[in-house]
Every structure is written in C-alpha cells, then in structure tokens.
Design a protein around this ligand. Structure first.
Ligand SMILES: Cc1cc2nc3c(=O)[nH]c(=O)nc-3n(C[C@H](O)[C@H](O)[C@H](O)COP(=O)(O)O)c2cc1C
Ligand code: SF4
Length: 524
C-alpha cells in the first residue's frame, strides 16, 4: 500500500488545484459558486446525449433519426439482416399523421416471394431528365435514389470519395453540394453539379460567376445535370461561412478561393434577382452546356413558385427539375432557429408546390426530386405518391458510411471522420470499404421501394398514387393522401406516355414472385 501513501495526497492536491481554478475563473458562474461540484453538471451535459443514445432512449425516440431507423440503415449498409421481429413498436393507432400504405390484393405487379438481403433491382426514373425541354444531353437517370448535395468542406475528402465511389457502384447520381467539384468527386460516380451563391469552382478571382470555367469543369468530369441552389431546408435564406482555419489548400483549390481566409457564401445569387432573370440564366446554362438544369429550394412563401410556374407556362422558358428540400433536412452547421423553425417540412412543402405546376399543366414536364429524411422507405413512398420522381438522400448516406449521429458536424470534431477536415479523424474512414456500404444502402432502399410498389400492385414506385396512402388521424380515422392535400385525380403520376415506357422498362426484369402451382380445381 506504499503507492497509496503518495497517490492520495497527489489526488487531493490536484482536486484542490482544480477547486482553486474554479473559484478564481470568471467564465462560469456555476463553477465559481460551486467549485468542483459545478463541473459535474458540465460533464453530465456533455455525456447526456451519449447516455440517452446508448442506454436510456427507446427505439423510436431520438432525432433526427430514431434508433430503429439508424439500425435499418446500418444493417442495410452492411448487408446484414435488416428485418425487425415481433411486429411494429410504433404507436400507430395513436399517432395522428402516421402514413399507411394500402396494399392491393390482385394488383398488376407480382410481389417477390423471397425478398432476400442481396436481391438487387433496377429502378430508373420514370421521367427522362431534360426531355420535355429537348436539352442536348437529356437522359433517364438509372436510379430514382440519388445522393444529396453535401460539399467537400462540410464533409471530409474521404467521406466525399466514399459516397462518389458508392454512387458509381450503385449506379446513382451524386450531387456535389455547393462547395464545387473536388478531386474526391472524381471516382467514377456521375454528378449533378450544384451552383450555390458563391459559384465555387466556376468563379473568377473576384468571386464573379465565370461561364467559361463552368464549361471547363463540366467538360472535365461526368457531370450530367446542373442544380442551382436557391435554398436548403435547414437554413433557407442564409449564406454560409467556412472559417479561415478550415480553408485548406485542397478546399481553396476546389472552390477557387485564397487559402487560410474566411470563405463566405452570400445569401443571394448575383446572376439573377427575380423569376424572370432566373429563367434567363437557366436557359443560358442549358444552352451553353447542353445539360438539364434545375433548382433546389425549401418551401416558404409561395409567391416565388406561382410566378415561376406562370412564366414557364407563358414564355416557354423553364427548369428541367425542381428539388424540394424539407425544413427537417440536414446541414453541416446552421443557427438553431433556422434548423428548427424556418421553411415547411417536406411533405407539406412539396404538396403545396406540386399543385402549382399541375394546375398549369407543367407537372409532367418537370422532374420532381424530394429530400428531407426520404432515405427511409416509408417516407420515400409518401414522396413518390405525392409526385416525386426521385429522392435525394443526405444524412442517411452519411449514416451508411459510418456517421453515428453524434451531431458535432459544426465543430470539426466529428468522431467518425465523416464531417471534419481533421486529418487524424478522417484517417479512420476508409473510402474503399465505406463506398461498398453506401452502395449496399442505396440498393436496399431501391429494393424496398420496389417491394412496396409491387405490394400496391404497380411496377414502379412512381406509379403509386395518392389513393394508395392514407394518413391516420388517430385510432378511429384515416384520410386518403389525395384528400389530405386536395390533389385532383391523376396528380402525382407521370404522363401516360412515361407510365407506359416505365412499365415496359420494368417488365424486362424477371418476375420475382408468384404462387404455388394451381390445384386441379383451379385448372378446370
Ligand atoms: C453535412 C451536410 C452538408 C450539406 N451541404 C449541402 C450543400 O452543400 N448544398 C445543399 O443544397 N444542401 C446541403 N445539405 C442538405 C442536404 O443536401 C439535404 O438536402 C438535406 O440534408 C435533407 O436530406 P436528408 O434528410 O436525407 O439529410 C447538407 C446537409 C448536410 C447534413
Ligand atoms: S458522426 Fe456526428 S459529427 Fe460526424 S457526421 Fe455524424 S452527426 Fe456529424
């Protein structure tokens, strides 16, 4: 016990020193008033989220993603058993707003008999992107699931590389985010190039948009479409700031900005200031690059949308796609009031925008992409029923490559190396193995969407209509989605020609299910 004779006085001295420090510091009143004891509160505050996540929280608590939702993504990404036993633990009888999918007994499509873990399906978009406006490089996206825009800068290079390689394996599009097209985006995945207010990667030395640079970027990478970012659900109407400390040489080169200086994204675009000039810019970009061009936006005031749709109807100019991002969507960093309270959640936002296009007969000419927790099959099915042609997944793809929802993305201390530029932390993220996980997750989501479509008796999730989903009002009432949002018959579906084409495309897949051989009575 000789060691104790030295250890105890040393520990007492250390505690006394800490207590003295607490007493003398002026930053924290609690510690000044309650030396040592006050520290317990800070410790518990920092441990709280972890304790809740691993020990206290139930399967359906925790946000943004519940434990069940994360478990489904993790298991899907690892191609493990992603089933759940014993029945739902959601309180569906008592949860108003809970969506129920109305399966069909004798539908056209035959659901799979054995939806095995590795079973892959081809699930292209029901609409051809850019076809309605005859863009030179119009194309049919091979996957209705895309990876949503998340910049190199907010995500680490390794994370971007894992997602891009994953996109290549899964055959889906990968949106660059507004931080420009980095070397990490060049690993085989096809791209949607996003143009934010700072025009990173295609701007001149004074920060002005530079069309020639855009054309160079497009020519040097597999860019299939351009997306003009108007706003993002988690922080609409806000620009962004990447602090000087995070502006490494690599980020500076990607964005076309000086190293080690604060990098500011303004809150407004300089190239247009209203719907009319926006449409002029859209047409200029489409003509100069031949690519389909769209906008991404959260939903607030509807004036912008009605004006945009009126101009599209009356002038013949127009966007090829519209991405609607829900207020529940993610961000690398944003003020709490914006993440919590500005812009409508996806379902309500989208259900206000789609009718504006449909009333003007433009809905069949525009590809609608939805985002905001749509990387979960139940949410995605509702989005397809409301008229989405594709879904973009952000944080769910991050979960697939290792994110543990520690919610430290804004601090540069992300423990899993996903959302940090810290070299030590990103070292832990192996892009090669994580890319496979991203791809498994995307393929599983596609497969589940297909299974639900078939359960509803149709060949493709884009053919699920608003009558196939009902919204529970509690234990005793349910209302068809169509009535909830006042959709007219046929709204939410692609045009008759697109429906026919996609049914034909899907029919080339070998039928997966069926029945036992008919009995002799049935044969008669
Ligand atoms: C770390 C992070 C960075 C993001 N960066 C961008 C961006 O550069 N441009 C953009 O339009 N959206 C950005 N987003 C929003 C996502 O693209 C997406 O719209 C939103 O998170 C909703 O999808 P989710 O719920 O599947 O994550 C970012 C989100 C996260 C989590
Ligand atoms: S692990 Fe935490 S900090 Fe890292 S990306 Fe996920 S939520 Fe953000």
């Amino acid at each position: 016990m000789r060691w104790a004779r030295h250890a105890v006085p040393a520990a007492v001295a250390a505690l006394a020193a800490l207590a003295a420090r607490d007493l003398l510091q002026r930053e924290h009143a609690l510690k000044r008033n309650f030396p040592l004891l006050g520290r317990a509160r800070y410790l518990l505050e920092s441990l709280g989220p972890k304790l809740r996540q691993y020990i206290v929280a139930g399967n359906n608590e925790e946000r943004p993603f519940t434990r069940d939702q994360r478990r489904w993504v993790y298991a899907s990404a690892k191609r493990q058993n992603n089933y759940f036993g014993f029945g739902t633990d959601n309180d569906l009888e008592y949860t108003p707003g809970y969506p129920i999918i109305m399966h069909r007994t004798f539908g056209r499509a035959v659901p799979p008999s054995t939806p095995t873990i590795g079973h892959e399906v081809r699930l292209p978009s029901a609409k051809v992107l850019g076809a309605a406006r005859r863009r030179t490089h119009a194309f049919r996206p091979e996957s209705v699931v895309t990876i949503s825009g998340m910049s190199f800068g907010s995500l680490s290079g390794s994370a971007v590389e894992a997602l891009n390689r994953g996109a290549a394996i899964a055959g889906c599009l990968h949106n660059t985010g507004e931080g420009g097209l980095s070397p990490y985006h060049r690993h085989g995945g096809e791209l949607i190039l996003q143009l934010g207010t700072a025009y990173f990667g295609c701007r001149d030395d004074r920060g002005r948009f530079d069309l020639a640079r855009l054309k160079d970027v497009v020519a040097g990478a597999p860019v299939r479409a351009l997306e003009i970012k108007l706003s993002q659900g988690a922080k609409p109407s806000l620009g962004g700031l990447l602090p000087a400390a995070k502006v490494s040489a690599e980020i500076a080169a990607t964005r076309g900005i000086p190293v080690g200086r604060d990098c500011v994204s303004p809150s407004r675009h300089a190239e247009f200031s209203d719907c009319d000039s926006l449409l002029d810019w859209v047409e200029l970009l489409a003509t100069e690059t031949g690519l389909p061009v769209g906008v991404k936006s959260a939903v607030g005031d509807l004036g912008f949308w009605t004006e945009l749709a009126d101009l599209m109807r009356d002038t013949g100019r127009g966007v090829d796609f519209v991405t609607i991002d829900g207020g529940e969507g993610g961000t690398g960093a944003a003020p709490l009031i914006f993440t919590d309270s500005v812009s409508l959640p996806f379902q309500q936002g989208f259900a206000r925008i789609y009718p504006i296009f449909a009333e003007r007969d433009l809905h069949e000419q525009v590809v609608f992409i939805g985002s905001g927790k749509l990387g979960l099959p139940d949410n995605a099915v509702v989005a397809f029923a409301l008229g989405c042609d594709m879904v973009a997944v952000g944080r769910e793809a991050m979960l697939a490559i290792g994110c543990i929802q520690a919610q430290k993305c804004h601090t540069d201390t992300c423990p899993t190396g996903v959302a940090t530029q810290n070299a030590w932390l990103t070292r832990g993220l192996d892009p090669a193995s994580k890319s496979v996980r991203a791809a498994h997750y995307i393929k599983t989501l596609r497969r589940d969407l297909m299974k639900v479509a078939e359960a509803c008796g149709v060949e493709h999730p884009g053919l699920i209509d608003t009558d196939a989903v009902e919204i529970l009002g509690g234990r005793t009432t349910a209302t068809p989605l169509r009535e909830v949002y006042g959709y007219r018959p046929g709204w939410g579906l692609p045009s008759a020609a697109d429906r026919e084409a996609v049914v034909q495309l899907m029919s080339t897949e070998a039928p997966q299910g069926g029945s036992a051989p008919p009995s002799r009575t049935a044969q008669r």
